[in-house]
Structures are given as structure tokens and as C-alpha cells.
Design a protein around this ligand. Structure first.
Ligand SMILES: [Zn+2]
Length: 429
């Protein structure tokens, strides 16, 4: 009887094992972009064990039980990183309905679709910089627990802004009143107020802190670019975040607000539309990253009228779009550190790679544009040990395209293969 049970157990074990994934995967890469050295290698083998890259080179020994993935006709590169997304939202087509008829529950319902689309577009990591009601934290956690597919997420949670700022809802009756838990709006004032808001965001899951240093475009307050916090408030936000081990990024279009944020010590300036020589010099000296969303002006100018946005906002975009691209070009020329970030959510999720074309048009070489979305982005995130290059010990976040993106950067807009943490997400023949 005992022997029978033993054989039965062996049989069940073998039966279950036949469904298990092979321990190793080996990718045969025809061309491989080494983003660290900026060179293209040929005929490389990437050996993956579980979710990690364990070996790479032209003559890596492939274990006999490894699953072979043949990408010998493709160009392989690390999974891309977008440092400025809003994975929980997208304009629905009615500006006022988005503002007044929706709740964070609506965002929560759609966020998994947006996350999946982003991952399938080759973006295996996102720094998500502003979401309502900690929907980004729930999304991040569900992805990490493998309940739903999506990119790795660093979540900034609630955007911190002053009363009447880009982070507030302005221009309506003062009798309009949202009822929500204290601090859920992200509106915070004074040194004490902003410190408390940082603590609140961290308490409920923020991986980094985002605040509005100056006025915005897609909101109804006046004078795009004007500072919306004092220097003391910005300093307090950055200092408080650092105390909790978090980096800070600042939404800043206007020159003065950019300089104040850089002075406060933010890790990155988002948008950076009106850069003068002094701002550029300060960013270079401090090593502040510029995360400039230089594609979406096209989308806003062609679609936002139809999507019901008021003329006031479109006027602001008209003012900012072109200047932002020129500022980007100046910053590139001066050697400011650039990380790829698109503001996805302002335009449809999954279109992230459309920005590469503009980054090349406005001064980066194709390899620099790819580095901005890989090694540089990983550095900004503080995730260099995990992602951003195809290297031993890092997550097997790997993508492929049919031809060399260094010849035509736009091939990144249609990836043919996506792997995240050793798992194949997409594989087009
Ligand atoms: Zn944004």
C-alpha cells in the first residue's frame, strides 16, 4: 500500500511538473543594443533564469532544458521606461464630465486596460506621476502580485499643489465642494501643510513625491508657468520626502518655477517648457533631470477641441508647445541630463514611443534617445540595479523590434516582442 502511494505521489509530481515553465529561457538576439556602452552587438545569447538575466554573450552555454526564443532576425533592447505617465486616466471626450461626473472608481476600472496597453507597447517600467485616491498604488500592487499584466510602477500618488494651483480645481463657483478625506485632494499650503501632505502620501504608498512648482496647461488657472509655491515650501517638500527616502519631481513650465524647484533639490523637472540659460546651467550643475513631454503638443492641438477642452486651455498649449521643444533642444545641447517621459494619459496610453521621433528631431542622437528611456531613466528612478539595461542580475525586461531603431527611431512605435521579468507578454512573428 505504502509503495502504491509512493508511486502515485511520483506520478502526480511528474504530471504537475509537465505543466511547469522551463527554468531557463535563452534569447538568441541577432542584434542587441547595449545601452550602457551605446554600441550594437551581434549574435548574442541572453540566458534567463526565472525573472532574472543570468548570462549574456556570444558563446553562452544554453542548458539542455532551456526554452529557446529565436530573435535572430530582430534587434533586441532593454524594456523601455516612461518617467512621466498617468496610467489611471485618459480624456474621455467630455472635459466637464471628466471633472464633475467621474470618481476614482471610474479610473480604477480603466487603469488595468491602460497598463496592459503600455506594457504591450514595450514599456516595462513607468514612473506614474499623479493619480487620484491611490488608484496607482492599487494598480502597482496588483501588477506586482501578478494579478493583472502591466509595467513595473513607481507611484507618486496624489499631486501636491497649493490652493488655486494646477493641482487644485479652479475657475468654478466657491460653493462647489468635494467631500473627501483630508489630504485626498493634495491641496496643501505652508511648510507645515506640505510636510503633512508628503507624510500622508508616503503613508498610503507613494514611491516618490510629485508637486506643482508652477502653473499648468491643462487646468484653468491663469498665467501658465508662474510659481505656485514659495521657495520655503518647495524646500520643505523635497527635504521631507528625502527624510522618508523618497525622490521628488516637480511639475514646472515657467522659468522661475523651474529654478526654484532645482534650487530645492528635485530629482527631475517635468515639462521644463521655458528654460533660460541660467536654468539650464543650474540643472547641469545640480544634475537635475529634464523630463520633457515633447510629443503630446501634436495630440492636444489636433484633438483637444474635439475632446471638449475650453479655449483657455488650448490657448495655453499654443503658448507652450513650440517653446517647450526649443527649450528641450537648448538643454540637450548644453548637456542637461535627459530622461524619457511623455505624460501618457494626456494622449492615448500605448502611444508612448511616438515621442522618440521628436527627441531625435530636437537634438538627441537615436542612441541617446534610447538611453534616455533606459539607463538614464533607471538612474532617475533609482532602479539602476533592477532595470534599464540587458545586464547580468537585472530583471529580464526585454523587447525586440524588426529592424534597427538606430537607423529609424520610429520602429520603436511597433515592437514585435515584449518580455517582462522573464515572462513573454507579446511575440509577433
Ligand atoms: Zn503629467
Amino acid at each position: 500500500m505504502r509503495i502504491k502511494i509512493f508511486f502515485l505521489a511520483v506520478f502526480i509530481f511528474q504530471f504537475l511538473n509537465s505543466f511547469a515553465q522551463p527554468r531557463y529561457k535563452a534569447i538568441k538576439a541577432g542584434k542587441l543594443i547595449d545601452v550602457v556602452s551605446g554600441t550594437v552587438l551581434t549574435n548574442q545569447i541572453i540566458l534567463i533564469e526565472s525573472d532574472t538575466i543570468v548570462d549574456i554573450g556570444p558563446s553562452v552555454k544554453i542548458p539542455s532544458d532551456a526554452e529557446i526564443i529565436d530573435l535572430s532576425k530582430s534587434t533586441v533592447l532593454p524594456g523601455l521606461i516612461d518617467c512621466h505617465t498617468h496610467l489611471t486616466s485618459e480624456p474621455s471626450g467630455d472635459y466637464y464630465a471628466d471633472l464633475f461626473r467621474k470618481t476614482p472608481v471610474d479610473y480604477a476600472v480603466l487603469a488595468p486596460t491602460f497598463a496592459k496597453r503600455t506594457l504591450e507597447a514595450g514599456f516595462t517600467t513607468c514612473r506614474d506621476v499623479g493619480a487620484a485616491a491611490f488608484v496607482d498604488v492599487a494598480l502597482r500592487n496588483a501588477i506586482n502580485e501578478k494579478k493583472i499584466p502591466g509595467p513595473r510602477i513607481l507611484a507618486a500618488t496624489i499631486f501636491i499643489g497649493s490652493t488655486g494651483s494646477h493641482g487644485d480645481i479652479s475657475g468654478f463657483s466657491p460653493y462647489l465642494h468635494w467631500q473627501m478625506p483630508e489630504n485626498m485632494s493634495g491641496v496643501a499650503n505652508g511648510v507645515e501643510g506640505v510636510r503633512k501632505q508628503v507624510r500622508y502620501n508616503v503613508k498610503y504608498g507613494a514611491d516618490l513625491i510629485k508637486f506643482g512648482a508652477g502653473a499648468g496647461v491643462l487646468s484653468e488657472e491663469e498665467s501658465v508657468g508662474a510659481p505656485q509655491y514659495t521657495q520655503e515650501e518647495m524646500n520643505a517638500i523635497v527635504e521631507e520626502a528625502a527624510m522618508w527616502g523618497r525622490k521628488t519631481c516637480a511639475h514646472a513650465h515657467g522659468t522661475e518655477s523651474i529654478k526654484m524647484a532645482v534650487k530645492a533639490g528635485v530629482a527631475s523637472v517635468e515639462h521644463g517648457s521655458f528654460l533660460d540659460d541660467e536654468a539650464i546651467r543650474m540643472m547641469r550643475e545640480k544634475g537635475t533631470y529634464l523630463v520633457a513631454d515633447i510629443y503630446n503638443d501634436d495630440y492636444i492641438m489636433s484633438e483637444y477641441k474635439r475632446l471638449g477642452y475650453p479655449d483657455k486651455i488650448l490657448e495655453k498649449e499654443r503658448l507652450v508647445g513650440k517653446t517647450q521643444r526649443e527649450s528641450f533642444a537648448k538643454a540637450v545641447k548644453a548637456g542637461v541630463k535627459i530622461a524619457f517621459g511623455t505624460d501618457a494619459g494626456v494622449y492615448p496610453h500605448g502611444w508612448n514611443a511616438k515621442q522618440f521621433k521628436y527627441m531625435v528631431q530636437y537634438g538627441l542622437t537615436p542612441i541617446q534617445a534610447i538611453q534616455a528611456a533606459t539607463v538614464q531613466a533607471a538612474d532617475l528612478l533609482g532602479w539602476t540595479a533592477k532595470v534599464g539595461s540587458i545586464s547580468k542580475g537585472k530583471y529580464a525586461d526585454i523587447i525586440a523590434v524588426p529592424s534597427n531603431p538606430l537607423d529609424n527611431i520610429q520602429v520603436l512605435e511597433t515592437v514585435s516582442f515584449v518580455m517582462k521579468g522573464g515572462e513573454i507578454i507579446l511575440s509577433k512573428k
